[in-house]
Design a protein around this ligand. Structure first.
Ligand code: F6R
Length: 243
């Protein structure tokens, strides 16, 4: 696993964006795996800016997202589909029908099966963007999740609900279940970029870099990926012993 330390979130996001841009140049019909949350927001801004300036096109790009809250419809302001439309898709020249996010409403088992079919059809991500939870979750694969699972329903842990409650009016509004891509699908990605900015991510990155692979810390599986890159800032790096 490669570790890239950048000065700050801005520099780290630029570094990640450069990788996307270079790959997009070589492969205009890129398959991009995307995440929600705070970590990729600056990266998405850079994608939008460059696209608006006409330096890139997403006309042939297909994307899929990692996860969605169960119970939130596409037009719910806290749904991940809504977040992706508002934060990225509505501002790019991408075809919205080429963007896939798991469905949060309806029969979740069926939605999970259908999402796996979509992932099969799209093929592995050329680049998968990830954030990391303080408990080591990637997508919503919480501690204890079987590494072999594909898309599945998961119960969110107390720490994830607490972490995510900042975006809701009240913690009681945070959904307790989600539909998430499984680790086995994430590990098929050709390249993975995990973004980690700010002191709050330092302990998780330290644990990840210890190299011990355990389902109790789901991100640890990334140590086995042939092309996983962590891009972090100096706030994270300052807590790593390599510094
Ligand atoms: C989001 C996702 C989550 C987040 C993680 C970090 O689609 O799958 O795993 O990446 O919870 O969230 P932020 O970036 O908000 O700290």
């Amino acid at each position: 696993m490669e570790l890239i330390i950048c000065k700050d979130e801005e520099a780290g996001s630029k570094r990640a964006y450069q990788i996307i841009k270079d790959t997009l140049k070589k492969k205009p019909n890129l398959v991009l795996g995307l995440a929600t949350g705070t970590s990729p927001i600056k990266l998405y801004k850079l994608m939008i800016e460059d696209n608006l300036e006409g330096n890139t096109t997403y006309a042939d790009v297909k994307t899929f997202n990692l996860d969605e809250y169960i119970g939130l419809a596409e037009d719910h302001e806290q749904s991940y589909r809504y977040f992706m439309n508002q934060t990225l898709f509505n501002h790019l020249d991408i075809l919205i029908e080429n963007t896939y996010v798991p469905r949060g409403v309806g029969d979740s088992c069926q939605n999970a099966e259908e999402y796996d079919e979509i992932l099969k059809y799209l093929g592995p991500a050329d680049i998968q963007i990830l954030g990391i939870g303080s408990n080591g979750h990637i997508a919503f694969n919480e501690p204890g999740t079987d590494f072999n699972l594909t898309t599945h329903i998961t119960d969110l842990t107390k720490s994830t609900i607490e972490d995510n409650s900042r975006l809701f009016n009240n913690i009681s509004e945070v959904p307790t279940k989600a539909l998430t891509m499984g680790i086995s699908s994430i590990m098929k990605s050709k390249k993975i970029i995990l973004l980690a900015f700010g002191e709050k991510k330092a302990d998780a990155i330290k644990k990840l870099l210890s190299g011990k692979i355990t389902s109790e810390f789901p991100a640890s599986i990334l140590n086995k990926h042939h092309a996983a890159i962590i891009i972090c800032d100096e706030k994270v790096a300052s807590k790593l012993s390599i510094n």
